[in-house]
Design a protein around this ligand. Structure first.
Ligand SMILES: *Cc1c(COP(=O)(O)O)cnc(C)c1O
Length: 431
């Protein structure tokens, strides 16, 4: 047979259902709960969130239909995306392992986040909202939402962590090209932000603070709704399109992964890629090792498994998750999308069951970016700084195989491209 570099699906093979793992878990996923004091956050949720997304958040259906019109938007965003065999990287590493990577970097705004942004905007529009509001850290979520909102004729307001807003000028332009209104956070635009802003107008901000601002804005305006780009069950659900495509593509390759790797901030790209394979482990007795690549700066999977808030201002319900604490201060890194205090409840649960390993990387990012450079120079594509962690981890596993002589099949997800984050590579690698 001729050697094949990648497998892609036909447009009509785009999955028509997302996979919801909740009914397949060995016991019930711990539900969100209210803190002992103060008003009920859970009762406030319908005032802030899209109803269909809330329904999906608690759904016990294994398969959830992707609306036909939304599948069409997925095609517009370039889905399906190819699964590549990393022959050149394998050769460079001289490893007996087989490496495969999923190409979420072929995204119109640079990351996998478009998959859920389109779904959430689709439902927001259907439910009659005029405006969507969100926070963004690295800028990938803000970019994805600006894109999806504009295509569906919604206005879009973004609270962007100031420390990142200040250096990612290209991303700022991108969001504005898509017509979004962008505020550096903390901003004087919300009460919560103004308090911090008045103390220090150059406050670097954090994701948890920006979430609080977005929630407050949506809460105070009935025609606006808040959308979240990671962590929650329905976000991971929308992202399963990545893993569902990948599974079919592995069938065409005639192969199956022994190890599944991706970077993990809140857990949406990892979950989207891995959950359809967790199904095989939980329901079909397959054996796969799952590894999440994280930064030493925010190793949330090494935190405590307990109930914690998702935001700084404690406006959200408490979620049972591995967390470093919602007030945790984290040093800035270039892979800013990995800086979040908690890991998605579904993935936290799987870790608690011993089904998810973690590998952390040093905060100076030199090691990780050096590995990304190897990928760039062999496979020929520039990953997002976050995705560089996924690559570093895959390379580490491939090198272990070289030592042991094992021919493992390693699948890793490349969650985004780095064209708008080249400054980060330039500084860390000194090139
Ligand atoms: C946001 C982002 C991440 C981290 O978020 P998850 O929800 O953990 O996926 C990783 N990679 C890219 C490219 C991102 O934009």
């Amino acid at each position: 047979m001729k050697k094949i570099k990648y497998v892609n699906l036909k447009p009509e093979e785009i999955p028509d259902k997302w996979y919801n793992i909740i009914p397949d878990l060995p016991d019930p996923l711990p539900e969100p709960k209210d803190p002992e004091e103060g008003e009920s956050r859970i009762k406030n949720l319908p005032k802030m969130m899209v109803e269909e997304c809330l329904k999906q958040e608690f759904s016990k259906e294994r398969w959830i239909e992707i609306p036909e019109e939304l599948r069409f938007y997925y095609m517009q965003a370039g889905r399906p995306r190819p699964l590549f065999r990393a022959y050149a990287l394998e050769k460079y590493l001289d490893t007996p392992a087989k490496l495969y990577y999923k190409s979420e970097f072929y995204s119109p705004t640079g990351s996998h986040k478009v998959n859920t942004a389109l779904a959430q905007c689709y439902y927001a529009k259907k439910e009659g909202y005029r405006r969507v509001v969100t926070e963004t850290g690295a800028g990938q979520w803000g970019s994805a939402l600006s894109y999806a909102a504009k295509l569906m004729d919604l206005e879009c307001t973004i609270y962007w962590v100031r420390a990142v807003y200040n250096w990612k000028k290209g991303r700022r332009t991108l969001m504005k090209m898509f017509g979004a209104e962008v505020f550096p956070s903390p901003s004087p635009n919300t009460q919560y932000g103004k308090k911090l802003y008045d103390q220090n107008p150059e406050h670097p901000g954090s994701l948890a603070i920006a979430i609080s601002e977005g929630l407050e804005d949506a809460y105070n305006h009935s025609d606006a709704v808040y959308l979240l780009g990671s962590v929650l069950n329905h976000v991971l659900l929308h992202q399963t399109i990545i893993g569902l495509e990948t599974k079919k593509q592995f069938e065409y390759f005639g192969d199956y992964p022994d190890i599944i790797i991706s970077c993990l901030g809140g857990g949406s790209n990892f979950g989207g890629f891995a959950l359809p394979f967790y199904h095989d482990v939980l329901k079909e007795g397959k054996k796969i090792k799952f590894i999440a690549a994280q930064s030493e700066v925010s190793p949330n999977l090494l935190g405590e498994y307990k109930y914690d808030f998702a935001d700084h201002a404690e406006m959200t319900p408490m979620l049972k998750m591995y967390t470093l604490g919602h007030k945790k201060e984290m040093e800035p890194i270039r892979a800013d999308g990995l800086r979040y205090h908690g890991a998605a409840p579904i993935l936290s649960y799987l870790r608690h069951k011993g089904l998810l390993d973690v590998k952390t990387y040093p905060k100076d990012e030199k090691y990780v970016f050096d590995k990304a450079k190897i990928f760039v120079q062999t496979e020929g594509f520039i990953p997002a700084p976050e995705s560089a962690y996924s690559i570093a981890c895959a390379i580490d596993e491939a090198l272990k195989c070289k030592e042991s002589g094992e021919k493992k099949v390693i699948a890793f997800n490349i969650s985004g491209h780095g064209f708008l984050d080249l400054e980060g590579y330039k500084e860390i690698l000194g090139i």
